[in-house]
Write a protein that binds this ligand. Structure first.
Ligand code: 13P
Ligand code: SF4
Length: 304
C-alpha cells in the first residue's frame, strides 16, 4: 500500500471508530502530519482530558498513553506501538521512594511524567519539563524527592535554593548523549546560532544553552525569536514542527545521536494497524489507576 493510501485509510477509520490521534513531537514527521493534535507531554496529557471522541490513538511512548488512560478511564486508549517505552520511566523503584519517605517525613515526591503508573501511584505530584519549576515552587514542603530524572531535577533545584532536593540517578539516554563539546563545535561552524536545549540534558550541556525549555517551549521560543538560526539540543523529531512553523529559519543538530529509538518505533503502518484492530489497548488495574490519578490531577490543577 502506498503512503497516500495508508493516510486515506487512517482518515477513514478514524471517523468510523470515532477516534482522535494524539502525537508527541518526537515521532516521525509523517506521523505528526496525520495526527489531530501534536504537542509536548503536558499538552498531550491535558488534551486527552478534553477530547470528545470515544477513543484516543496515542503516537508516543507507553507512559503517555498510560497518563491519558489514568485521566480518562471511560475512553479506550490505544497505542500505535505497544513496545515503544521510555527507559527512564523505569529508573526508580517503589522501595527507594519508601526509604526517602522514612528518612524525610515531610518530603514531597515529585514525579516526572516519564514514569510508570506504579511510580506515579506512590508520588505526591506529577510534573512535566514545561511546568516542573512552577509546580515545585508552589509546594510547601522543604524536602523534594525528584524522580526519575536527575538532570531535570538539578535544573529545577538550581532555581529554588531554599528547597532541599534529593535526587535519583535516572536519565534520558538521548539527551545525555548531547555533549557540550559537540555543541561548541557546532557553534564554531554557526557562531550566529542560538543554543536551545531540553532540561533532560546534563548540567554541563545546559551550561552552554541560551534557552532551556520543553519541546513546546523550544518551538515557541524559536518561532517568536527575531534570530534566524538555532542549534537544537533535543530529539530530532522536533525539527518537523520547527520547520513547519519557520520555513525561513535554520535549525542545526549537534550530532547523530539525537534519536529516540522508542519514539521512532511509531510509523504510519502501525498507526493504521492499531486503528483497524483498536488494539493494543492500555488497561490498568482500577486501584492502581485511582492512586496514579491523584498526582496527575494535582499537576493539572497546579499547572493551570
Ligand atoms: P516534553 O515533551 O515534555 O518536552 O518531554 C520530552 C520527552 O522526553 C518526552 O519523552
Ligand atoms: Fe524517554 Fe528520552 Fe525517549 Fe523521551 S527522548 S521517550 S525521555 S528515552
Amino acid at each position: 500500500m502506498s503512503n497516500k493510501e495508508i493516510k486515506e485509510k487512517i482518515a477513514r477509520l478514524k471517523k468510523e471508530k470515532n477516534a482522535v490521534i494524539l502525537a508527541h513531537y518526537y515521532v516521525d514527521g509523517e506521523v505528526q502530519a496525520i495526527a489531530d493534535f501534536v504537542g509536548d507531554s503536558y499538552y498531550l496529557a491535558e488534551k486527552a482530558t478534553t477530547v470528545s471522541e470515544d477513543a484516543i490513538l496515542f503516537c508516543g511512548v507507553s507512559f503517555m498513553g498510560e497518563s491519558a488512560k489514568i485521566l480518562n478511564p471511560e475512553k479506550k486508549v490505544v497505542m500505535a506501538e505497544s513496545s515503544a517505552d521510555c527507559p527512564m520511566a523505569h529508573m526508580v523503584d517503589v522501595e527507594k521512594i519508601k526509604e526517602v519517605r522514612e528518612q524525610y517525613p515531610d518530603v514531597a515526591v515529585v514525579c516526572y511524567v516519564n514514569s510508570t503508573a506504579e511510580i506515579k501511584a506512590h508520588s505526591d505530584v506529577c510534573v512535566t519539563s514545561s511546568n516542573a519549576l512552577k509546580i515545585v515552587k508552589k509546594l510547601p514542603n522543604e524536602h523534594i524527592f525528584f524522580i526519575p530524572d536527575e538532570n531535570l531535577g538539578r535544573h529545577i533545584a538550581e532555581k529554588l535554593p531554599d528547597k532541599h532536593f534529593i535526587f535519583n540517578d535516572g536519565f534520558c539516554h538521548v539527551h545525555k548523549s548531547i555533549h557540550k563539546e559537540d555543541i561548541l563545535k557546532a557553534k564554531e561552524v554557526h557562531p550566529e546560532a542560538m543554543v536551545l536545549a531540553h532540561p533532560e540534558c546534563t548540567t554541563d550541556t545546559l551550561s552552554v544553552a541560551d534557552f532551556i525549555g520543553s519541546t513546546s517551549q523550544i518551538i515557541d521560543y524559536a518561532t517568536s525569536s527575531e534570530k534566524t538560526s538555532f542549534i537544537i539540543c533535543t530529539e530530532m523529531g522536533i525539527f518537523y514542527e520547527l520547520m513547519q512553523k519557520n520555513p525561513e529559519k535554520k535549525f542545526y543538530s549537534v550530532g547523530h545521536r539525537q534519536f529516540c529509538p522508542n519514539m521512532k518505533k511509531v510509523n504510519l503502518e502501525n498507526v493504521l494497524e492499531s486503528l483497524e484492530k483498536m488494539a493494543p489497548e492500555i488497561e490498568l488495574d482500577e486501584e492502581l489507576r485511582e492512586s496514579a490519578r491523584k498526582p496527575l490531577k494535582r499537576m493539572l490543577e497546579l499547572a493551570a
